[in-house]
Design a protein around this ligand. Structure first.
Ligand SMILES: [Zn+2]
Length: 453
């Protein structure tokens, strides 16, 4: 056992100051609470649960700076013009590139307070469309990057079969394509290595009958799908399937707690209520949704209905747990023209938007990833983040205010207060440094120079 004494420790029941944690040799939390443990190692600052990141396309990290301009042939910039640039970049990547990009993205995640990630991974084949000698090559590079960095991983190999409802795949989508047998075999190859879920890409990319066959073939574990990110997609589903994406999933796919609906931006009140009742997770990616001009999820009514949500860094344009939560909060404020729209009075856990958003996202994220994380409690994995009480953004704060200060003022853009990070009982970031950071950065730099000459 290794015991720690935190100045301030966030438990499910609230803050304790000081708080003690005993970490078992297998990396899980044995005990956590206010009871004194003799000889415990002191941790200065605020110890909070690591945040699960429920949606990432790691290689998109390499697009930063190269996609924010008017694309040739497009009159306006949207997800669809961005996608052309992304496809060009993606078609040139080899397995070493994929691993290098993922390692840098995952390192950035740890440093910002994410301790686990669900990787929605869709590049399976060689650039010419043939399978790799090892069909799991690209997926295994993601697993290798996560191991190098030491971040928790839920691997979501993506099933991708069509270029739109009733449309053949585009030539540019040739690296994504698998039939159901090939897909299930990839899932089976990965299962002994890592937590695996299934990820039908979207109702545009997976025909309805194929999706239902997939669900029958894999009756357990996480299911992630992109849904209702754009109004064009909603219209296409209405025309092709007779229902909006979330409406169709509620009626036909048996939504429940296994499901994460990534984005769910353009949904009706009835669809939001259906998601809340089903216990499914709204997979919100506020920075990416802002970057792509997609729109914003309406959180207030959903939250009041008990709807569950988590956050994802998706395109990895800016990787930061606190910045995602701030974008989420500010989107709501701009929409309602009110402040603090998710709070309710009378309780330390409900009166602070930072706390409400942090608690919601850590719990929803843990459910989404199907990992024993998201809280500091016995039996869960010891995934901890230490916020530096000496960081400028947190000076003068108290447990009651610190999560508001972090979310509003202390993300990557505000002088990052994340000082130390533990995953599975092991310190992976100490004093803001990771033991492999120089190698990871050098490999990432090589990929960036090669693909963006
Ligand atoms: Zn996505």
């Amino acid at each position: 056992m290794t015991a720690y004494r935190a100045d301030h420790l966030l438990l499910d029941t609230g803050w304790v100051s000081p708080g003690y944690i005993d970490v078992a040799p297998d990396g899980t939390i044995a005990t956590a609470g206010p009871l004194l443990i003799e000889g415990a190692e002191p941790i200065a600052g605020y110890v909070i649960p690591g945040m699960p990141n429920l949606h990432s396309h790691a290689f998109h990290r390499g697009l930063v700076g190269y996609v924010d301009r008017l694309a040739p042939g497009f009159a306006v910039e949207t997800l669809w013009s961005w996608r052309e640039a992304m496809y060009r970049f993606m078609l040139a990547l080899d397995p070493d590139d994929m691993e290098a990009l993922a390692a840098q993205a995952y390192l950035d995640m740890l440093r910002s307070g994410f301790t686990s990630v669900a990787e929605f991974h869709y590049v399976h084949r060689q650039p010419d469309g043939r399978p790799y000698a090892n069909p799991a090559e690209m997926s295994e590079r993601i697993v290798a990057a996560a191991r190098t960095v030491g971040i928790g991983l839920t691997m979501l190999p993506v099933l991708y079969a069509s270029g739109g409802i009733g449309q053949p795949p585009l030539h540019e989508q040739r690296r994504f394509l698998l039939d159901l047998d090939g897909y299930l075999s990839l899932v089976e190859t990965l299962r002994p290595q890592v937590m695996v879920g299934i990820a039908p890409h979207s109702l545009r990319a997976v025909p309805a009958d194929l999706l239902l066959r997939l669900l029958r073939a894999v009756p357990e574990g996480p299911v992630h799908i992109h849904a209702a990110e754009r109004t064009e997609e909603v219209e296409e589903c209405r025309a092709g399937l007779g229902a909006a994406p979330v409406e169709w999933l509620l009626a036909k796919a048996g939504l429940d707690r296994r499901w994460t609906l990534v984005h769910a931006t353009h949904v009706t009140d009835a669809e939001r209520e259906g998601m809340a009742r089903a216990g499914a997770i709204a997979g919100l990616c506020p920075l990416t949704e802002a970057n792509l001009g997609d729109g914003r999820f309406r959180l207030r009514g959903y939250h009041r209905a008990g709807g569950r949500f988590g956050i994802g860094s998706d395109s990895n344009t800016l990787i930061s747990a606190a910045d995602e939560l701030r974008m989420l909060e500010y989107g709501q404020r701009l929409h309602h023209r009110l402040r603090n729209v998710v709070v309710t009075p009378g309780d330390e856990a409900t009166e602070s938007p930072g706390r409400v958003l942090f608690d919601g996202a850590r719990r929803g994220g843990a459910q989404s990833l199907a990992q024993p994380v998201g809280a500091i409690a016995p039996g869960l994995r010891a995934d901890l983040v230490v916020l530096d009480d000496e960081a400028p953004a947190l000076l003068g704060q108290t447990p009651r205010t610190v999560l508001d200060a972090w979310v509003i003022s202390g993300g990557m853009a505000g002088g990052n207060p994340v000082r130390d990070v533990m995953v599975g009982g092991r310190w992976v970031v100490r004093d803001r440094h990771h033991e492999a950071e120089d190698t990871i950065r050098a490999r990432f730099a090589t990929v960036m120079r090669r693909h963006h000459p």
